[in-house]
Ligand binder design. Structure first.
Ligand SMILES: Cc1ncc(COP(=O)(O)O)c(C=O)c1O
Length: 344
């Protein structure tokens, strides 16, 4: 256990006490297994209603599993996934999609982690050529791997483009809560253009639970079988469901994310004008990406926990979580200021 608050990841935070309380409540007595329990039914119904899903909601253990399951609903064996080069799916999931789905990822370099219709169009040139894999799914992340957030207009443009090109739109929503807090609109508006998406709990106060939300009714055939085959059908599903019920109660999911976002903004504000510290991406969620001098990074890392995102460009990622406090942020910002002279 670290004494100082970690700025390494929102995964470093513990679970919210409301989530743990709900798990304890779900622990009373016996319940039907494999999702046939009232907790799971309630969580699925509440998430489905919140998102305006015409399909269904399927709980899984991890974000990687959610991405694999979600995309597996959209692909035929010769079809491929277009995604940003920086996508977690591409960089940090140990090739799960390639291994488990056998699907090729067609990656696109992006300056800000976002795909656009023009960037996707550049990957569609070989359609119809029998020698080439056929692009079928566009996979975005909301928020992106760089902490940036698609606007509603950008999402709708992607949805329209995908519709007109016969492509399916998948979203990795490991931090969808942070995007919802950022955009300040109903989550249903954000997810309306998507065919399937994940909805993250783990980074936002859950112990470990993610949901796959199937927006379109015509994609429901076989989801239950796919989840089982992909080893994500929890026998004691009620505990995954209880985590979501804890987050859904009184909109804790949104309040947690809004707080984490606010703390990232406070950090960015606190660092304005510090010599040698430049924001590398706009702060639109709970991550601050900044470039620093190497000696400055080294000095800070002696005392504080965070990741160097890009060794060559000396970019670091500082993440906040639902339980990051103002004094955590202020102490860290003070340390960044105090160590700024290092390496001058
Ligand atoms: C955007 C995004 N998607 C998916 C994942 C994968 O989640 P997990 O580590 O639970 O498999 C992560 C984890 O960091 C993530 O940041």
């Amino acid at each position: 256990m670290t004494e100082r608050k970690s700025f390494g990841s929102d995964n470093h935070a513990g679970a919210h006490e409301a989530v743990l309380r709900m798990m304890a409540r779900a622990n009373a007595g016996d319940a039907a297994a494999y999702g046939a329990d009232p907790w799971t039914q309630q969580a699925a119904a509440e998430i489905g209603a919140l998102f305006g899903a015409r399909g269904g909601v399927f709980l899984v253990f991890t974000g990687t599993a959610a991405n694999v399951l979600g995309i597996s609903l959209l692909l035929r064996p010769y079809e491929a996934v277009i995604c940003p080069e920086s996508a977690h799916l591409n960089t940090d999931e140990c090739g799960a999609a390639e291994r488990v789905l056998g699907a090729k990822l067609l990656t696109v370099p992006t300056p800000d982690g976002k795909l656009t219709p023009a960037l996707i169009a550049g990957r569609l040139r070989d359609r119809g050529d029998v020698h080439r894999v056929q692009p079928r799914v566009v996979a975005i992340s909301q928020v992106t791997e760089y902490g940036t957030c698609y606007t509603l207009a950008e999402l709708h443009a992607l949805g329209e483009f995908c519709g007109s090109e016969g492509l399916r739109l998948y979203a990795d929503g490991a931090r969808l809560a942070n995007a919802t807090a950022r955009l300040g609109c109903p989550v249903a508006d954000i997810v309306a253009p998507m065919d399937v998406l994940s909805f993250g709990g783990t980074k936002n106060g859950a112990v470990g639970a993610e949901a796959v939300v199937v927006m379109a009714e015509d994609l429901m055939t076989g989801v239950s079988f796919q989840r089982k085959q992909q080893m994500q059908l929890a026998s004691k599903m009620r505990y995954l469901a209880a985590q979501f019920l804890g987050l859904l109660e009184d909109r804790l999911w949104l309040r947690n994310a809004a707080h984490a976002n606010l703390m990232a903004q406070r950090l960015a504000d606190g660092l304005r004008g510090v010599p040698g510290v430049e924001l590398w991406q706009p702060v639109e969620s709970n991550a601050v990406f900044a470039s620093l001098r190497p000696a400055h990074i080294e000095a800070l890392q002696r005392e504080w926990d965070f990741y160097v995102w890009d060794e060559q460009a000396h970019v670091v990622r500082w993440m906040t979580a639902f339980d990051t406090t103002e004094s955590d942020v202020d102490a860290f910002a003070a340390a960044v200021r105090e160590t700024a002279a290092n390496g001058l």
